[in-house]
Design a binder for this molecule. Structure first.
Ligand code: ADP
Ligand code: MG
Length: 555
């Protein structure tokens, strides 16, 4: 340990001791401030745990906080204090699981509105219950918990929440969550079960909020639904987390301290205009500090994922078989009765004019779309109807016609995201990720955010991410489109190398030279149907194929 580290350690210990000892030296007013800082720290950190990486702006904090507070008020006379906390945690978790299942499909503003409505809905339900069942609204809460004990409880909870956030960030679910926030579709096709990961973290964050509510309940002595479900809390928490920076574990804390003090001054000085000032503070923060205070401090934390590498599974032939698959969009039959098989080690080319259904076919193979009719098998498993992340984990990887990288994640993280949940449950080692980047020609720049890459390099990155799944079969959707002649040559050579390693590939392509150079077989689609198939020489000389291409513009 260097002298500098030793000094830092001593400072941290002293600071920690000072924080723990606040109730011993602070008087009532400052102790109350400390309590406010702690419970907002819990709420804002728990909020950022879910909303930071996923960018689902949740206004449901008041709902979960209120559930905790109210359940503590109801159980106060019958249960011991630890059991009250447990019931609060359970109630918050169950409500979060039910609402999460039904709403985490919503995105953007719809989720914001729903989450805001949730607090009001639950408040109305509680009022209904109190009026009709309990026959009086509001509860008195007599508790022997002193301010000092409350402070220490909240401090303990804050430490637990921060540790949980730390553990989450270091686990593979942390990277999975950020991958989902950056590009949910790409994340699903990289084998991440986006629904489950989002739901799990949403529930965990709600449980912490509910426990905070239960701990705070004795502070009021009298609780009614308007106190417990105060929507202002939701907004305050969002503002605090955004001011500090929601994408870093300690970011919310940096926002909580100044804002609790500011709100304290404001409620005293401008009791009637508090909401207006709150709104103005909110706008100012979003405009001046989009990344939060933590964005100014430049976080330099890399997260290595070092775990052993699994061997790819060997498949039996035919590896992929498609039986009479169709897809309709309303009246439009985008794909109609397509059957094909792909043998282990083969490269199958798919060509056809624009709009002939090639991408729709790949979307069905990869689980982005469910076929209207027909069956798709990978090895022995029927994969039609499975969600994208399951198909990815079974060893089917893809790239997208319109390239999809996770822009805010680094190059290495983009690749690591696909190694998180692949078969065998082994995350990619740093060497493996580096080798993949080297293979596609991105070797030396692994810390650059993917969004800063050129279009061509993003395509390379997408290929590396697909390969990180250790796929048995790879689908390429016009991966060579938009490359200049020398890039094209490198690109074709790269695909040839993958073939030589034994990888099975289905490639949709307009570059006929690539089809000739790489494919054992190719099939031609037109208006959703396969109109020809065979070796590239034969197919490309076929009269019906030529007519299909010439018959439609810009093929
Ligand atoms: P290709 O990849 O061969 O150019 P696509 O599979 O993208 O063709 O499209 C086939 C047809 O299906 C087109 O007419 C397209 O407009 C239509 N289509 C594709 N995706 C959708 C969708 N999600 N909703 C409605 N129509 C779609
Ligand atoms: Mg297409």
């Amino acid at each position: 340990m260097t002298v500098r580290n030793a000094i830092l350690m001593i400072i941290a210990l002293l600071l920690g001791a000072a924080i723990v000892a606040v109730p011993l030296y602070a008087n009532g007013y400052y102790l109350a401030l400390g309590i406010s800082i702690l419970y907002f720290t819990v709420l804002a950190t728990a909020w950022a745990m879910f909303s930071g990486p996923t960018r689902y702006i949740s206004l449901a904090t008041a709902a979960f906080f209120g559930i905790g507070a109210y359940s503590a008020a109801i159980t106060a006379e019958t249960l011991s204090w630890p059991l009250q906390l447990l019931v609060a945690a359970g109630a918050g978790g169950v409500v979060a699981a039910i609402t999460g299942l039904s709403t985490l499909r919503l995105s953007g503003i719809y989720f914001v509105i729903f989450s805001f409505g949730l607090a009001e809905l639950i408040r109305q339900l509680v009022i209904w219950y109190e009026v009709n069942v309990h026959k009086s609204v509001g509860r008195y809460l007599f508790s022997d918990i002193t301010q000092e004990v409350l402070y220490w409880q909240l401090l303990g909870l804050a430490v637990v929440v921060l540790l949980a956030g730390y553990a989450l960030n270091r686990s593979r679910y942390g990277l999975a969550l950020r991958a989902i926030g950056a590009d949910e579709t790409a994340a699903r096709h990289a084998g991440i079960n986006a629904t489950l990961v989002k739901l799990g973290v949403f529930v965990a964050s709600a449980v912490f909020m509910s426990v905070a509510g239960a701990m705070m309940a004795p502070r009021w002595t009298y609780i009614d639904p308007a106190i417990a479900f105060n929507p202002m809390i939701s907004f305050q928490v969002v503002i605090m987390a955004l001011l500090g920076g929601a994408t870093h574990l300690l970011g919310p804390l940096l926002g909580v301290v100044p804002l609790v003090l500011l709100f304290e001054v404001l409620t005293a000085a401008l009791p009637n205009h508090f909401s207006i000032v709150l709104g103005l503070v909110f706008v100012a923060i979003v405009m001046a500090l989009p990344q939060g205070v933590i964005g100014l401090i430049a976080p330099l934390l890399a997260r290595p994922h070092a775990k052993p590498v699994a061997m790819p599974a060997i498949a039996e032939s035919p590896l992929l078989s498609v039986e009479r698959v169709s897809k309709s969009f309303g009246g439009l039959r985008a794909v109609e009765g397509v059957s094909l098989t792909v043998a282990q080690g083969e490269i199958l080319g798919i060509i056809g004019p624009n709009g002939s259904g090639k991408t729709t076919l790949l979307n069905m193979l990869s689980g982005a779309l469910i076929p209207t009719t027909g069956t798709i098998r990978l090895g022995d498993a029927v994969i039609s109807g499975l969600p994208a992340h399951k198909i990815a984990r079974l060893g089917l990887a893809r790239t997208f016609q319109l390239v999809r990288v996770m822009p805010e994640l680094s190059i290495a993280e983009n690749v690591a995201a696909a190694a998180l949940f692949r078969a065998g449950a082994s995350a990619g080692s740093e060497t493996e990720i580096h080798d993949l980047l080297e293979l596609v020609g991105l070797g030396r720049r692994s810390d650059t955010p993917a969004g800063e890459l050129t279009y061509i390099d993003q395509k390379r990155l997408e290929l590396a991410r697909a390969l990180a799944l250790e796929p048995r079969i790879l689908l390429l959707d016009e991966w060579l489109a938009g490359l200049n002649p020398s890039e094209l040559e490198t690109g074709i050579a790269l695909i040839a190398r993958l073939r030589d390693r034994g990888l099975t590939i289905v490639m949709v392509e307009h570059v006929m030279d690539a089809i000739r150079a790489l494919c054992n077989r190719c099939l031609v689609m037109s208006a959703g149907k396969v109109i020809a198939s065979g070796t590239p020489e034969v197919v490309l000389a076929d009269r019906t194929v030529i007519t299909a291409y010439l018959g439609e513009a810009d093929a």
